[in-house]
Design a protein around this ligand. Structure first.
Ligand code: HEM
Length: 147
């Protein structure tokens, strides 16, 4: 319940500016794991990385990711209602070649983005609250890999 307050409180401002925050998150992700960039087929021929990051399709995916996070924040009291959606979202990511191990790096990038945008507001308990929610979301997505 303290977790939920921390998440809702921080998302209140971040959620108003989803795309720029999502771009920070994914820039970090591609810095940590550049090979993931190749999974976005529309990005195959762009270099430097910065050009890829500003392509409309990429920004579209960033928007989609932020909307999933937004949905999770709105459903903190009943995250299980997103189960079917997240399972099928996981299946789609398996189909495009994402590895479940990469979700840990996505989580790190999410925390990095929170740290950048919240500054002193980024506390130990807040970090843990986000990590807990993120873990539930990716656990549900990862079930999409099973048969
Ligand atoms: C679709 C890649 C993580 C949400 C896609 C697509 C690709 C992709 C290639 C299909 C093309 C497109 O729609 O742009 C990745 C990679 C990830 C990642 C490489 C990092 C490992 C995530 C995460 C979320 C997410 C963490 C949300 C929590 C979505 C959504 C779609 C999508 C909502 C659209 C699915 C649909 O068409 O119904 N992703 N993704 N992605 N991704 Fe990701």
């Amino acid at each position: 319940e303290k977790d939920k307050e921390l998440i809702r409180g921080s998302w209140e401002s971040l959620g108003k500016n989803k795309v720029p925050h999502g771009v920070v998150m994914f820039s970090r992700l591609f810095e940590l794991e550049p090979a993931l960039l190749n999974l976005f087929h529309y990005n195959t021929n762009c270099s430097p990385t910065q050009d890829c990051l500003s392509s409309p399709e990429f920004l579209d995916h960033v928007t989609k990711v932020m909307l999933v996070i937004d949905a999770a924040v709105s459903h903190l009291d009943d995250l299980h209602t997103l189960e079917d959606f997240l399972l099928s979202l996981g299946k789609k990511h398996q189909a495009v070649g994402v590895n479940t191990q990469s979700f840990a790096v996505v989580g790190e990038s999410l925390l990095y983005m929170l740290q950048c945008s919240l500054g002193h507001g980024y506390t130990g308990p807040l970090r843990q609250a986000w990590l807990n929610m993120y873990t539930i979301v990716v656990a549900a997505m990862s079930r999409g890999w099973a048969k």
